[in-house]
Design a protein around this ligand. Structure first.
Ligand code: AOF
Ligand code: ZN
Length: 368
């Protein structure tokens, strides 16, 4: 039995990925309904405000759901949010057993175990914890948002083998290859917001958006869904940026552009976020709080060495995505990070390597 449970939960995890570029701020969830060792319904949560994974699976199974087992990657919800409680739908459909991987960190759902208790009271067998780590790994942003009340923060850095991110004249297009840059598109598409600096905007004039039409056919994406564009924040302490930048051509309602600044005289600019620290620079801690208030679950930092260095110093980065291109840029080229020199090797913060993968000709390291 256990082997079968694993097989179906594995399938549910696969289905959950279908929502990875569209469900924000909701979690990725997959569900499978099984009866007589056959899948009779499948579902994934694809978009906030749309039905949950279990509901799609129940719909597909219809009357046949009676007496089935539901495998779902997240504890079924018991609250009224944008949609009704999945717990009630499962009870009503006559499901006999519910196997879920991770508890829902949303306090509205796990409060007093009400969902699980309601299922049990209806005579449903409830089991939890299968592939819990895998399910949690799908949702670091959602979990961080709910458990730590702050978004999950990733920093992306593209550099040469000698750790340089641009020539001394600022030229950086392109150090990494096409495949790595496409990979960054996927990373952006998983992010609620991209934070960059005025320096990068001035120098590279980037769009920092998702260009879905350039995505390869075989990417995991469900082509019928429009990818959610991330918002963009330009950290620009003096508020120097103007509207004639390429990034503004990509502004949409959800892909909004904000200027985080410390310029008192621009305090009332509608797109400004005035968050000064003692040095008259943007206070990164407050900026992250602001992101939380906006319901941003996943923050991506794509900035130059000064701003990225400041984030590193703040200790707020949860995960680094470092792309290394097989070339040297030489002395005098720009260092990956501007952070103070250490006096002793013992002071170096050691990270743990999560993965290393070849993306085209570049090496992608994920460290935590
Ligand atoms: C489930 N199955 O597939 C998902 C769940 O605003 P709503 O109504 O969509 O509710 C969002 C909350 O529901 C979300 O914060 C999380 O706690 C839970 N998500 N629950 O049973 C699903 N996506
Ligand atoms: Zn639900």
């Amino acid at each position: 039995m256990y082997e079968q449970d694993k097989k179906y939960m594995h399938r549910a995890l696969q289905l959950a990925l279908r929502g990875q570029y569209t469900t924000r701020p909701n979690p990725l969830v997959g569900a499978v309904l099984v009866k007589n060792n056959q899948i009779i319904g499948e579902g994934a949560h694809l978009q906030a405000g749309e039905p949950h994974a279990e509901i799609y699976a129940l719909k597909q199974a219809g009357e046949n759901a009676k007496g089935s087992t539901c495998y779902v990657t997240l504890e079924p919800c018991s609250h009224w949010g944008r949609t009704g409680p999945c717990v009630d739908a499962l009870i009503q459909a006559g499901v006999a057993r519910v196997v879920f991987s991770m508890r829902d960190p949303n306090p509205k759902v796990h409060y007093q175990n009400q969902g699980i208790e309601r299922l049990k009271a209806a005579g449903i067998l409830v089991e939890q914890g299968l592939f819990e780590a895998e399910s949690r790994a799908l949702n670091p942003g959602f979990i961080s948002y709910m458990e730590r009340r702050r978004p999950y923060v990733r920093a992306k850095i593209a550099a040469s083998l000698d750790g340089k991110t641009a020539l001394s004249n600022g030229q950086s297009q392109w150090i990494t290859g096409k495949a790595a840059r496409q990979d960054v598109q996927y990373l952006r598409a998983r992010s609620s917001v991209i934070i960059t600096g005025w320096g990068t905007i001035k120098l590279d004039n980037p769009s920092l958006n998702i260009r879905q039409k350039d995505w390869p056919e075989n990417c995991l994406l469900d082509k019928s869904l429009a990818i959610k564009q991330p918002a963009r924040i330009i950290c620009d302490s003096k508020y120097q940026s103007s509207k004639d930048l390429k990034i503004y051509e990509t502004e949409t309602q959800e892909g909004k552009i904000w200027i985080a600044h410390a310029n008192f005289y621009k305090k009332s600019e509608p797109q400004g976020i005035y968050l000064p620290n003692q040095n008259n620079q943007v206070d990164l801690f407050k900026l992250l709080d602001w992101c939380y208030e906006q319901n941003f679950t996943d923050v991506l930092i794509e900035a130059g060495n000064i701003l990225t260095g400041a984030w590193v110093q703040s200790g707020l980065i949860d995960e680094y995505w470092i792309y290394l291109a097989p070339c040297f840029l030489g002395s005098g080229a720009r260092d990956m990070l501007k952070i103070p020199a250490l006096e002793d090797l013992n002071q170096a913060k050691r990270f743990s390597l999560q993965s290393s993968e070849l993306i085209g000709q570049d090496l992608r390291l994920i460290v935590k």
